[in-house]
Design a protein. Sequence first.
Length: 274
Amino acid sequence: MLLGSQLRRLREARGITREAAGYSIRASESKISRMELGRVSFKTRDVEDLLTLYGITDEAERTSLLSLAKEANVAGWWHSYSDVLPSWFPTYVGLEGAASLIRAYEVQFVHGLLQTEAYAQAVVRRGMKGASEADVERRVALRLERQKYLVDENAPDFHIVLDEAALRRPYGEREVMRGQLQHLIEISERPNVRLQIMPFSFGGHSGESGAFTILSFPESDLSDVVYLEQLTSALYLDKHEDVAQYEKALKELQQDSPGPDESRDLLRGLLQLS
């Protein structure tokens, strides 16, 4: 995405159309679009030809961008789990790992970054009916690996609004849910985690369209990305007007939900009832 955004900036600065850029590397306009969005791998020859077309002759700048192209083609650690993941999800894991701020709303179950191992197993088994025990364990292992982001030295800020429905809907036995609630109380104390609960008592709210995640990145060249998971695919939205609508919805959810301290009290109350 970072390389793609820089290529787009260079192309636009020279007033070159995507069609003309595609012609220069024997490709279509749509391929240039996918390259600039970071959705395809990069051939070194294509990047070299585009840099020449865009008038980039400084050797240091060319070397820097070509090095970025090589980095972009290195498979992330999560690709070793691709056999048990839906085709659209590795892209999300890569974006999640690169984000400096993750904002989300969840209604069906606890967000994957906050799930205990036992709760994750219950969720995965429900979602992968008929899967082998080995495949279930590999999917859970990936989820636990992702959670290391939150405790890493360069951990992102994570702002999450959980609908009370996600906490009331049981996954696993009673002790599994009790362990999950206790985990939420504990992890919500971390300085980079802001956890809020949207209670049933509030009534209708701005999260009416369902769960979503907004990913923000430290590089100023990169736009925010909204991730929407569906039954058989996922959407990645990065147009400013789309992102703005989801940011507005999340801001309203945060304003309408009890704050982190009150939300912890809600969690403690649910724990006593469970």
